[in-house]
Design a protein around this ligand. Sequence first.
Ligand SMILES: [Zn+2]
Ligand SMILES: [Zn+2]
Length: 140
Amino acid sequence: MTPREGITEGSCLCGKVAYEVTGAPVRAMHCHCTRCRLGRSAAHATNFFYKVDQFRWTRGQSLATEYKVPDAKFHAVAFCSHCGSKVPRISAERGVVLVPGGSLDTDPGMKPTGHIFVADKAPWFDITDPLPQHAQMPAG
Ligand SMILES: [Zn+2]
Ligand SMILES: [Zn+2]
């Protein structure tokens, strides 16, 4: 996919859902919490955060289905109801959009800056990069 200046694009596996974001992510982290691992069926999530006004759906918004963990304050995942890929979730209450890194089709221009909730890390997964590791969420 040819990158467009200042725009990062993403989509799901079947291609029915697509989105774009304008500008750089606010932050990006690898999250090892149990909810992220189960929600992504992966060793960990890689989450990019944007402000709500940076984000827009370009296709298939109606297929983006949300599951909120019943006993969680905020934690939810959004997925394409056709193919099951994780797609961005707009968290209006926090004013952020959480973009699953694996759904990005073009380079967001920023790499994750650390690992969080390492206390919950999968025992079969080793972190081999030099990024800072936080047992929970770093303060501040
Ligand atoms: Zn899909
Ligand atoms: Zn997490």
